[in-house]
Design a binder for this molecule. Structure first.
Ligand SMILES: Nc1ncnc2c1ncn2[C@@H]1O[C@H](COP(=O)(O)OP(=O)(O)O)[C@@H](O)[C@H]1O
Ligand SMILES: CC(=O)N[C@@H](CCC(=O)OP(=O)(O)O)C(=O)O
Length: 287
């Protein structure tokens, strides 16, 4: 009996948070490192289904960097990255499209449906909601078919809320000439969050947050200012795949999204902990 009462207490405790965030949009970016861990992904999608069930509006944007690199290797193509972005020629783009739109997008949507939620895949193979243009590298490097999102079909995404469906969006966009581009998924999540005026943007990765020493989980920085983040990139403390993530956070804070978090998706219920507890987990970047 006491156990049942404790469960009821937990529900009552959650009520304040649920009221606070009901109807509010949270963009959740799933990284490829996390997508490799099916158990962690299962728990995470369960959190997303829970959020939707209690009236929050989660939107999932996903990458799949690790799976793309593996599929490219299988096709005999060597991966090359410049400042965390994959150089994408025509052949690589085919692989990227197959992995992101043909495989992961469908799998995530199906997993959510199996967990009792309703989800809708919005990909170039169904309904593409991201539009953009080629991304120009600041140092003039040729990135190939790498895109930058310039507009998002808000109406399509927001319309799904009326049918209780969670949008699931891969990081691909079309330009005006129907050319497809590979978009870094952190950048894509940022564009979606900005366009919808999201209340929260959460990056779920395979590290516990931004660390002073990449190898040392204890060196996590729980909160940092935009200036510190820029300095840590310049100093090389933040490198590789963490660069576009932090850059996306900085850009997002400039445009009115209130909170940006980088958290460990492998930690069970990290998403719910982030939203429904005072302390939160991972790294929060503030203006
Ligand atoms: N200062 C840092 N703190 C934490 N991780 C870092 C840092 N600098 C680089 N990284 C790397 O960034 C990776 C996360 O980026 P990425 O692999 O692109 O993740 P995702 O697939 O989730 O987008 C980490 O696994 C880590 O290797
Ligand atoms: C241009 C560019 O770099 N695109 C990314 C898209 C996937 C992605 O960003 O996946 P993660 O979230 O797992 O890093 C890529 O090809 O890897």
């Amino acid at each position: 009996m006491n156990q049942a009462i404790a469960k009821a207490d937990t529900l009552i405790e959650a009520m304040g948070w649920i009221r606070r965030f009901r109807g509010k949009t949270t963009v959740i970016k799933l990284g490829g490192s996390l997508l490799e861990d099916r158990v962690a992904l299962h728990h995470l999608l369960l959190d997303v289904v829970f959020m939707e069930t209690v009236g929050l509006r989660p939107i999932v944007v996903h990458g799949g960097g690790k799976a793309i690199t593996q599929a490219m290797a299988d096709a005999g193509i060597e991966a090359e990255f410049i400042r965390g972005r994959r150089v994408t020629d025509a052949k690589s783009l085919e692989v990227v499209e197959q992995v992101l739109a043909g495989e992961l997008n469908v799998e995530i949507t199906q997993m959510m449906e199996k967990l009792g939620g309703r989800a809708m895949n919005l990909s170039p193979r169904t309904t593409c909601v991201l539009h953009g243009e080629p991304l120009l590298d600041p140092d003039g490097a040729d990135l190939g078919f790498v895109g930058n999102v310039t507009s998002v079909d808000r109406d399509v995404i927001e319309g799904l809320a009326y049918t209780d469906q969670v949008p699931v969006i891969p990081s691909l966009c079309y330009d005006d000439n129907n050319q497809l581009y590979n978009v870094n998924a952190d950048t894509a999540a940022m564009a979606v969050a900005q366009s919808l005026g999201a209340d929260k943007l959460v990056f779920l990765s395979d590290v516990n947050g931004v660390r002073r020493d990449e190898q040392d989980p204890q060196s996590i920085i729980p909160a940092m200012s935009a200036d510190t983040a820029r300095q840590l990139i310049a100093d090389g403390v933040i490198r590789g795949g963490m660069i576009p993530k932090v850059e996306a956070c900085l850009d997002t804070l400039n445009r009115g999204v209130q909170k940006v978090h980088i958290i460990d998706g492998r930690l069970r219920h990290s998403l719910l902990l982030e939203i429904f507890t005072t302390d939160g987990v991972g790294t929060e970047i503030h203006a």
